[in-house]
Design a protein around this ligand. Structure first.
Ligand code: 13P
Ligand code: SF4
Length: 363
């Protein structure tokens, strides 16, 4: 069974859409800094991090300058699973998470003894917003015979209600493992990732109805046209993209899996269906290749995201410096909730250690 719930009528805007728009109104892009100012900020931040024994952990979707700073200062750039692991294992007293809220919360849950700061606490995720704990908990209660598997892009409260937390790099393997045990799955919140897992594994899954506003804009028609322009190109896609886009992809995987596939690909042209922030790392690991962004629904003013997460884009050198200097924007998770959320998170991390992660498809 593969059922999608939808609580609203299709004519009116759903409550989730209205809520996501409210958050989007507050997602202001930081000012672009000239090179000299960037240099000064980078030097000041590096010095402060040394003084305070702090480490910067950044996601591939954040600004290139933050990714460089993380690597140059002994921090880390990675996908959401790797960010969580690095944060837990490093010996810093302070972690600064450049990413979105759920990443900061995961870091805090896994490292309760560390102070976790974020450049901004306003950076969230449409998947997290569209899966409020009260509705989600009621949904779980209605289907108590199912194993609850939630994507990492959720609140601490939703994680605390789950049996498993997964990221996109491990979701297929975990659901396959549960299927082999004869388990039925309740999946939330990303319907595209859920339906991709369901189709690939054949697992019995009940899906929550939410989507990433960035990946949902990749359109199969535009992609088919682009393939005509670049007939020899490989297509790499993040599994939050719609199923028609995923069906055209040579490789479907997490951000790190996309980067690895690009590096290993024999193709010299690569079309990428994920946030444009990843191009910084792609160009570093395969400078000889041409990377092309997959087409989105609109351009400029007609485009809600244009393959750029508005919340990831809120992280800046200025806001990072401010939060580090004042120890502001601290991520706090209720300790009882954190203890409960740690169980499914730890289950994922143990599973990752015991299983070789796979990338489906070939480029
Ligand atoms: P990854 O785990 O692949 O980095 O994805 C996180 C995310 O938010 C993608 O939109
Ligand atoms: Fe959430 Fe999409 Fe942004 Fe990732 S890209 S943080 S899934 S809104």
């Amino acid at each position: 069974m593969n059922q999608i719930i939808s609580s609203e009528s299709s004519t009116a805007l759903s409550a989730d859409t209205v809520l996501v728009r409210k958050y989007l109104d507050r997602a202001v892009r930081p000012a672009v800094l000239d090179e000299e100012t960037q240099k000064t900020y980078k030097a000041n931040i590096t010095q402060l991090m040394r003084q305070k024994n702090a480490r910067l952990v950044a996601h591939y979707y954040t600004d290139a300058v933050l990714q460089d700073l993380a690597e140059e200062s002994g921090g880390f750039v990675g996908d959401s699973l790797e960010m969580a692991r690095f944060g837990r294992d490093c010996d810093a007293e302070i972690l600064i998470v450049a990413g979105v809220k759920f990443m900061g919360e995961s870091a805090k849950i896994l490292s309760p003894e560390k102070t976790v700061l974020m450049p901004t606490l306003e950076a969230t995720c449409s998947l997290d917003i569209a899966c409020p704990i009260d509705k989600f908990s009621a949904f779980c209660d209605q289907h108590s015979e199912r194993t609850v598997v939630v994507y990492a892009n959720t609140s601490a409260a939703v994680k605390a209600r789950a049996d498993w937390v997964v990221t996109s790099s491990i979701a297929l393997d975990v659901v396959e493992h549960l299927m082999e045990q004869g388990k039925k799955v309740l999946w939330a919140p990303d319907k595209h990732l859920g339906s991709y897992i369901q189709k690939t594994t054949g697992a019995d899954m009940l899906l929550w109805d939410a989507a990433c506003i960035v990946h949902e804009e990749f359109k199969v028609r535009g992609l088919a046209d682009m393939r005509k322009l670049y007939p020899n190109a490989a297509i790499l896609a993040h599994p939050e993209s719609p199923s028609a886009v995923l069906e055209m992809a040579d490789v479907v995987g997490s951000t790190t899996q996309i980067i690895n596939a690009a590096k290993q690909s024999e193709k010299s042209e690569i079309i990428v269906a994920t946030d444009q922030g990843i191009f910084h790392k792609l160009q570093q690991v395969a400078p000889e290749k041409k990377f092309i962004i997959a087409p989105t629904a609109g351009v400029e003013a007609s485009c809600r995201s244009c393959a750029q997460c508005p919340w990831m884009g809120m992280n800046s050198l200025e806001s990072l410096y401010g939060s580090l200097q004042e120890s502001s924007n601290e991520v706090c998770v209720d300790s009882a909730l954190a203890t409960q959320a740690m169980i499914p998170l730890q289950r994922m991390l143990d599973f990752a250690v015991n299983n070789q992660l796979k990338v489906r498809g070939k480029a």
